[in-house]
Write a protein that binds this ligand. Structure first.
Ligand code: GDP
Ligand code: MG
Length: 447
């Protein structure tokens, strides 16, 4: 309920200004769960949590955020940094044709992505692009590349299932050179699982082609299995980049973290639909939010600092210092402050699902309604009453005053009493805080 939330707010303000060994443990457990739920592989999660713990310890807690929220923000940043480190487009710094080798399991999306990349390089980089298929095991695979290459507006180099992948590579390079192609994209065969023959073949292709980019194409829906696949391909080939496909699916995309960690190669693009234009530059920041299953924590941080009125906070701090106390005007100001931040439910929307799961929608609605009703009751008081809560708490005419307020706010007298009780509790807690500490806290609140 609201009392809990307000006292929580105060506890937060007064208490933990840092993330410590003791408060970090429980929160990290939540993060660990979020990552596992997103299908990040366990060893990768362990490594990651250890790194986050190092970074989080001693981190200052800004504004009215609590340590949990700050930790999530640290996690978010670390996730984005781990998966991102700047934007990495396709490297074409090679004697033309710049060769791009596509590697990955069958069904990962290599053929589709080859065409998507061709389109990208034609449209965004103004390159003359040739594609070729070295997938000689399934005749349909060569035809498939032909079809999607047409859609991309690139040129397709014919190959047949009777040829050896090695010979196809040599012929394609020769053709690309003679026809002045800037880029040659080589689609390869994948198997349903890693096998040694496949790895030997792609290693051989790599040797002949000497590609400037060796891209590992991996299905985001693969989850935990992505780790083993990534390991096998990393051992076989010097990977220069990763393309994460099927991010339009409903996976949380934890594979991104695993694959990035295991291959050490940057995630360059993300596949976001079956269509030829369904390729996006990988946005690590945004993806970090998805992996954690949270709304935009950064927006929350900004909103919290924006919503706090520094002048009002300083006035309150000054009052406390001079001993004039926390009155009902201050209480009303606090409630308005929370409303300015977009209300409770808007704040909750910005927190990770894991953190808000306990507070159901009904709870939130109740809290919002409570807050509105409290505001109504406080507004029905006269300015004099708000400045002198004693008039309502133990004044001679307190009963008739409360009755008048209840009528004005359209509530029962018990409700007025409830608000006064809540105020009283809060004022008590406020009194316990030292003036100096409060001032510092308020300064911080103002950003
Ligand atoms: P390959 O065996 O690695 O060459 O994989 P394909 O390119 O043939 O793709 C396998 C399936 O995944 C096809 O049905 C594609 O349409 C589909 N696919 C590939 N990339 C994406 C993507 O980013 N999103 C969605 N939804 N489907 C994709
Ligand atoms: Mg294919």
């Amino acid at each position: 309920n609201l009392t809990d939330r307000l006292s929580q707010l105060v506890k937060t303000m007064r208490g933990q200004a840092r993330i410590t060994e003791s408060n970090v443990q429980e929160m990290l457990r939540e993060v660990r769960m979020a990552l596992l739920e997103a299908d990040v592989a366990l060893p990768v999660v362990r490594d990651f949590i250890a790194r986050v713990k190092d970074k989080a310890l001693g981190q200052e807690v800004v504004g009215s955020l609590n340590p949990g929220q700050v930790l999530v923000s640290v996690v978010h940043k670390e996730l984005a940094a781990t998966m991102g480190e700047g934007v990495a487009d396709i490297n074409l710094a090679a004697q033309p044709p710049a060769v791009i080798l596509m590697a990955g399991l069958q069904g990962a999306g290599k053929t589709t992505t080859t065409a998507k990349l061709a389109k990208h390089l034609i449209e965004k980089r103004k390159k003359k692009v040739l594609t070729v298929s070295a997938d000689v095991y399934r005749p349909a695979a060569i035809e498939q590349l032909k079809t999607v290459t047409r859609q991309a507006g690139a040129e397709w180099f014919a190959s047949t299932p009777e040829q050896k992948p090695h010979d196809i590579a040599v012929a394609a390079i020769d053709y690309a050179k003679r026809h002045y192609f800037d880029v040659l994209l080589v689609d390869t065969a994948g198997r349903l699982a890693i096998d040694e023959a496949l790895m030997a073949e792609i290693r051989d292709l790599h040797g002949v082609l000497n590609p400037v980019e060796t891209l590992f194409v991996v299905d985001a829906m693969q989850g935990q299995d992505a780790v083993n696949t990534a390991k096998a391909f990393k051992e076989a080939l010097p990977l220069t980049g990763v393309i994460l496909t099927k991010l339009d699916g409903d996976s949380r995309g934890g594979a991104a973290l695993s694959v990035r960690q295991i291959t050490g190669a940057p995630i360059k693009f993300a596949g976001v639909s079956e269509k030829i234009d369904g390729l996006e530059v990988f946005d690590a920041e945004r993806h970090a939010g998805r992996v954690l299953g949270m709304g935009d924590i950064v927006a929350l941080v900004e909103e919290v600092t924006k919503g706090v009125d520094l002048a009002a906070a300083e006035k309150l701090a000054g009052k406390l210092k001079s001993g004039s106390g926390f009155d009902l005007n201050d209480f009303l100001a606090q409630i308005s402050q929370m409303k300015k931040m977009g209300g409770l439910s808007s704040l909750m929307d910005k927190l990770p699902a894991q953190m808000t799961a306990k507070a159901g929608a009904a709870d939130m609605d109740n809290a919002e309604r409570d807050m509105k009703r409290m505001e109504g009751i406080l507004s029905a008081m006269t300015a004099k009453e708000r400045a002198n809560p004693k008039l309502l708490l133990d004044g001679k005419s307190k009963a008739s005053r409360k009755k008048r307020i209840a009528q004005g706010a359209g509530v029962q007298v018990q409700e007025v009493n409830r608000v006064l009780n809540q105020y009283d509790q809060m004022a008590g807690m406020m009194k316990k805080m030292s003036g100096g500490g409060m001032m510092k806290m308020m300064k911080k609140l103002g950003g």
